[in-house]
Ligand binder design. Structure first.
Ligand SMILES: Cc1cc2nc3c(=O)[nH]c(=O)nc-3n(C[C@H](O)[C@H](O)[C@H](O)COP(=O)(O)OP(=O)(O)OC[C@H]3O[C@@H](n4cnc5c(N)ncnc54)[C@H](O)[C@@H]3O)c2cc1C
Length: 455
């Protein structure tokens, strides 16, 4: 009897973790000849099953940014019988829209951050904070740092990556140094905090901003950022000069509105340099060579070209460049947003590639990502109901603050329709006149769209 009790206690300890035994370094382990120590069962490994296959079809959403969060909520509303899992590496949602205002203290951090768990509980989807490592299309499986899970439908909303290869080839040291010292802060991450701190510490001198070539995330926002930093320099008497090195031949969109802000409000602070194709960047010597000249800088916001986020590449939805279409973005059906060869894999948000010979790419905007997410959620719900979905198109609306004292802004709006030839057409309206009336509209837009994602 005594022996039994001791025996089952030993078994229980082993089953419940076996930590004491497993972590003793035996001579065999030290020499690397023994099996690796077992882990407590709830510490996930990428080889474990994260969530077993259930009885209902599962939608796995990769990336919990503007597209991903919206898709999760609307899928639960349109097709409540589906299991929905949202995978995201960040612990909290950090909004890039409105973040230029945060850089200069017009809004605070709480304004930009939102709670993933609260919204996932409210709408009944599963939020898992983990790094997505691989996507196995042949097995319909997503591999994460915490384990693997199968999908029936996959929605990719991975945002963008910085194409440092265009500047440095495979020189990781240069890429890492550039990212650490002169972050672009265009991807929700610690970069934003790094940039904000560096601006607060900036005592004066030349601040260079390189602007990526199109297509890029939120094309007007670098000009907004330049204006707001210039406004901060002006009002804090910081002897700073901002050099905007633009790949394009002119400011677009809302060009006249931004140009008049540069000239009328920040004449001694902002210098705009068009056609400044970046040729060499040296983050150690603080030197940049462009097609429009060479420049030394004291500080910089170095934005490398943008491409679809890493996950789109890992999922195999990014083709080589060719046939007149620039590479680096997901090749999707322009109307239904699924991978050309796989109707169960959708791509939404900034990662979406060429959609029209008239305007090429949708603006890479949170507003568009939100609209595409709702549209794709509807497509999946219709398919699940046994119906063939009708296509729907997004719209876009974007407000840019160009002055802080007084607060003034400009804006741009886009509408889309399909013409008789089946081509998507874009209509763009720029509102170039700087006006305080744009500011409440901007904050109202942000309130409504944050509510759409999180309330
Ligand atoms: C300064 C600035 C200002 C902007 N202003 C506006 C504006 O005023 N209006 C507007 O509409 N848009 C604006 N935008 C653009 C907007 O931020 C993007 O268009 C929008 O975020 C795109 O949504 P998305 O879902 O495609 O990508 P994201 O919102 O970037 O979401 C992608 C998510 O995927 C996650 N992810 C990626 N890889 C992995 C992985 N391997 N594992 C786990 N998670 C992963 C990321 O962490 C991220 O949360 C602005 C952007 C910037 C930078």
């Amino acid at each position: 009897m005594t022996q039994d009790i001791h025996g089952s206690r030993r078994q229980f300890l082993a089953a419940a973790g076996g930590l004491a035994a497993a972590t003793v370094i035996t001579p065999a382990l030290a020499q690397g000849t023994a099996a690796a120590p077992s882990l407590p069962p709830l510490i996930g490994r990428s080889t474990d099953t994260l969530i077993p296959r259930g009885k209902v079809p599962r939608v796995v959403i990769c990336g919990g940014g503007w597209g991903g969060v919206t898709a999760a909520k609307y899928l639960r509303q349109y097709a409540p019988h589906l299991e929905v899992v949202l995978l995201e590496r960040n612990p909290v949602f950090f909004s890039c829209p409105m973040s230029n205002k945060w850089l200069v203290d017009v809004v605070d951090t709480a304004y930009l951050t939102h709670d993933y768990l609260a919204v996932s509980e409210k709408y009944g989807y599963r939020f898992i904070q983990t790094e997505i490592l691989e996507i196995e299309r042949d097995r319909k499986r997503v591999i994460t740092a915490a384990g693997a899970l199968d999908y029936h439908y996959l929605i990719l909303s991975p945002g963008i990556r910085y194409n440092y290869e265009a500047w440095f080839g495979n020189d990781r040291r240069m890429a890492e140094a550039t990212k650490a010292r002169f972050p672009a802060a265009y991807i929700p991450s610690a970069e934003h905090f790094r940039l904000k701190q560096s601006l607060q510490d900036f005592k004066g001198g030349t601040l260079v901003m390189t602007l990526p070539p199109p297509p890029q995330r939120c094309p007007p926002s670098p000009y907004e950022r330049a204006c707001l930093i210039a406004s901060m320099f002006k009002h804090k008497n910081i002897p700073g000069r901002i050099l905007i090195l633009d790949h394009k031949d002119g400011v677009r969109p809302i060009g006249p509105g931004f140009r008049s802000a540069f000239e009328e409000l920040y004449k001694d602070i902002i210098t705009y340099v068009p056609n400044a194709h970046v040729q060499e960047v040296d983050p150690f010597r603080k030197h940049i060579k462009t097609a429009a000249g060479d420049f030394d800088f004291d500080h910089a916001i170095l934005m490398a070209p943008h491409q679809a986020g890493d996950l789109a590449w890992k999922a195999g939805v990014v083709p080589q460049a060719g046939q007149g279409k620039p590479g680096g973005w997901a090749d999707v059906d322009p109307l239904f947003l699924h991978d050309r060869n796989d109707k169960d894999v959708y791509v939404i948000g900034d990662a979406v590639g060429f959609v029209s010979p008239q305007f090429a790419f949708y603006p890479k905007a949170g507003h568009v990502a939100n609209r595409q997410a709702r549209i794709v959620a509807r497509y999946i719900a219709e398919r699940e109901a046994g119906r063939t979905p009708d296509f729907a198109l997004p719209d876009n609306l974007c407000f840019m603050m160009v002055n802080t004292q007084p607060q003034e802004g400009i804006s741009v709006q886009f509408d889309y329709k399909v013409n008789d030839q089946g081509i998507i057409e874009q209509r763009q309206m720029d509102f170039n006149e700087r006006s305080p009336a744009t500011i409440p509209e901007d904050f109202n837009w942000a309130r409504l769209i944050y509510e759409d994602l999180f309330s």
